[in-house]
Design a protein around this ligand. Sequence first.
Ligand code: ATP
Length: 452
Amino acid sequence: MVIWEKCTARLKEELSIAEFNTWIMPLQASEQDGVLRLFAPNRFVLDQVEMYYKEKVEALCERLTDGTIAQVLIEVGTFHNETPIEHDDRKSEHRPPRTTKRSTGRTEKVAAHVSNLNSEFTFDTFVEGKSNQIARAASLQIGNNPGRAYNPFFIYGGVGLGKTHLMHAIGNTLLSKDRSRRVVYIHSERFVADMVRALQHNQITEFKRYYRSLNALLIDDVQFFAGKERSQEEFFHTFNALFESKQQIILTSDRYPKEVSGLEERLKSRFGWGLTVSVDPPDLETRVAILQSKAAIMDVDLPDEVGFFVARRIKSNIRELEGALRRLVANAEFTGQELTVDFAKAVLRDMLIAQDKMITIDNIQKVVAEYYKIRITDLISAKRTRSISRPRQIAMTLAKELTKHSLPEIGTAFGGRDHTTVIHATKKINSLRKEEIAVEEDYKNLLRILTS
Ligand SMILES: Nc1ncnc2c1ncn2[C@@H]1O[C@H](COP(=O)(O)OP(=O)(O)OP(=O)(O)O)[C@@H](O)[C@H]1O
């Protein structure tokens, strides 16, 4: 990578040694079609480079290449410039040096691949809780035995709940067991963009060959395929090729496969062929454990009461939880103050206000009414038939779980009921969730809709 070598030589002169070693040294680079792609080992490095160094790199590229490099992209991942593999026989000892032999007997070149895996997203750094137990257990099995039991593997759930983390953890496990595996993580939007570029540059054959030569294809947020017919068509054939040759396919989405609108039926039905699991919003204890685990990774001692305070207030999304922790730690370091609950209250003030505003009782009533196809006025009426009272009890339980309103306030919002009615409702629903699968499913679906 001559251009990147030239760039880094200049950056070394311009930046301090500490800056250069911390932010520039860890980057890997590849260059194709006028695009310089930089790979950061983690999100933290990526953010710093985006914020402080990207412009400098762009200017250097422009100067050093007379404008041949038109774009600089930065993403989390690793560039593997590895020897391509033999499609029909994946045992490494049979692998030819630079070519791939297809079933036709023809020998074809396959592009070196980029795994895009974030090395920090592993099973070791993933905290297990009731909300992700099944998803995690299945992911572990796939890491140990890909392409067999659960293919495709489909993980769905609300925003920021660990789908991508689990997907990377599987990919990292696959690679840790055999470095020569061709494992590729890609966001579905990126897949679409790459395909469009391949079409524009007359490279669609290479594009197809590349994706069909993989041992594991990890596609994130497949709901973004919605309405993109040509991409769906291409992905459909890639899916079939990988599936038939028993290579692992892992997909994530914000909703259950059948609920993803704008996707062709044949894709939806294929997505459900293997195993579909959900990740749900974690309970309080898991949220605290996640905070403690992230703090330990950052080498920070997080007092329990601060962990509980933050976890109590930020419920809907682990990414937000992590953002809050990062903000706390950075502020404590800058100001030299101790991590206390009062300090957390002050530093996270705007974030907590935004959280409190996010889920309102009105919104819960609207979503629950839509879900059960009843009217909002029914929820606050005196009607006591099961088809109305059960959704009402669920809505009250959700209001207790997701908002900061007191029991009397919740009671008032549900047609002026007493706070003891709210207590009864939450007890009833929590015990029904253990006894009746349908209630548990409904509750989890509603939680997902409300927190995503
Ligand atoms: N159980 C967990 N243990 C530790 N960290 C977690 C856990 N679940 C989520 N996280 C962290 O939360 C952040 C968001 O997770 P992730 O990116 O996997 O969410 P996602 O479900 O893919 O969201 P999106 O729908 O926005 O793509 C990541 O930094 C991830 O490490």
